[in-house]
Design a protein around this ligand. Structure first.
Ligand code: OOG
Length: 254
């Protein structure tokens, strides 16, 4: 039965995350719908343990990421308060398996968006933008997965940090993005790498949230996806993402 498979994969991945030990991908491939059902199941489990959803994230919105991981479909995951690290805060890698870091752009939702109402627009509901860091950590061995497998694994979501919020600039379409480790560039790109323009990520999210039931609520953070390939997380030091015109966000690895 579908529910049994969904439950079994959700449990497998929750165990991998809890124990910090990577697992094999499910032997019987999931459908995309089942993979998103695993996510929903995982979110409900986290909420039952007291976590609160604070946003959503996109993945594979840049060619750099698609090429790095061999997947060329946009994916959506959820973010909870347990994933959040404060700007300038300490980030412990304890319990993570093989974390990687990506520089991103974050959006903030000023109001709820009713994804069941096709007329309810997402772009006009966004009131602010910020530089962001996303730390991903696949629960699969060797960071290798199929499209449904990575969706079931909540799109490798592990931690994120968001810099200062600012009103949307006149054009977000081609801002330089740099990821630095202790002040040295580790990756660089442009916001144009995100589906040609980061607002396209919002349009894609709007479509996918309607189909898969992701919540888009007032105050939510939306991570638009990495502008560069992911970089292995250093085991010490300060990791910073800088987006031209938007400022920077950093965490100290402890
Ligand atoms: C999946 C998550 C990709 C992005 O920004 O493209 C992602 C992965 O690469 O493990 O978050």
């Amino acid at each position: 039965m579908i529910t049994d498979r969904v439950d079994a994969v959700a449990e497998l991945l929750a165990g991998a995350e809890r124990d910090g030990i990577a697992v094999r991908q499910p032997e019987v491939p999931l459908s995309i719908d089942e993979a998103y059902a695993v996510q929903t199941r995982s979110l409900r489990g986290r909420e039952a343990r007291g976590e609160r959803q604070v946003g959503v994230k996109l993945g594979f919105t840049s060619r750099a990421k698609m090429a790095q991981m061999g997947i060329d479909d946009v994916i959506v995951g959820f973010l909870t308060d347990a994933h959040h690290v404060g700007d300038g805060g300490d980030l412990s890698l304890a319990g993570l398996i093989h974390p990687r870091v990506e520089p991103e752009v974050a959006f903030r939702l000023a109001r709820d968006v009713d994804t069941t109402d096709p007329a309810d627009d997402l772009v006009s509901a966004v009131d602010a933008v910020a530089p962001a860091l996303e730390i991903i950590d696949s629960r699969y061995r060797d960071f290798r997965f199929s499209l449904p497998a990575v969706i079931a694994d909540n799109t490798s979501a592990a931690r994120f940090a968001v810099g200062p919020w600012a009103p949307l600039p006149a054009d977000l379409g081609d801002l330089d993005v740099v990821l630095e480790v202790d002040g040295t560039a580790a990756a660089s790109g442009s916001t144009s790498a995100i589906l040609g323009h980061p607002l396209e990520a919002l349009r894609e999210l709007r479509r996918m949230a309607e189909r898969y039931g992701h919540r888009l609520r007032a105050g939510s953070v939306i991570l638009a996806g990495a502008a560069t390939a992911a970089v292995p997380m250093p085991t010490t030091g300060v990791v910073t993402a800088r987006v031209a015109g938007l400022g920077e966000v950093g965490v100290r690895v402890v």
